[in-house]
Write a protein that binds this ligand. Sequence first.
Ligand code: SF4
Length: 110
Amino acid sequence: MITKNNINDDINPKIIDSMKQFAESYAKSTNTYFCCDIEVTESVILGLSKNKQTFGAPLCPCRYYDNKVDEISLAYWNCPCVPMRERKECHCMLFLTPTNEFSSTRQTFN
Ligand code: SF4
């Protein structure tokens, strides 16, 4: 059985740290906030980190793709994806606008 912990063990901690740093700085620059449920935020970070490690790009982990390599080359769903960049729409709930009912007041992991 795959648990969050052993997924975590497979990912280089430096990649996880860099994705966290990206998320903190991007949240601040876009005036968005992390989810009130920190487990949501952490699982998205792990998914992004896993794709970054495996494919070299932080492909959005909350979607199904027939071919991740092809999808990465299109760049549409590389985080921050086009819907987020254009309309602040993050369906993974990593970046939430202040008025979102699930938004916290946190933009950092500490
Ligand atoms: Fe990143 Fe977009 Fe996925 Fe949100 S929906 S985690 S901004 S790729």
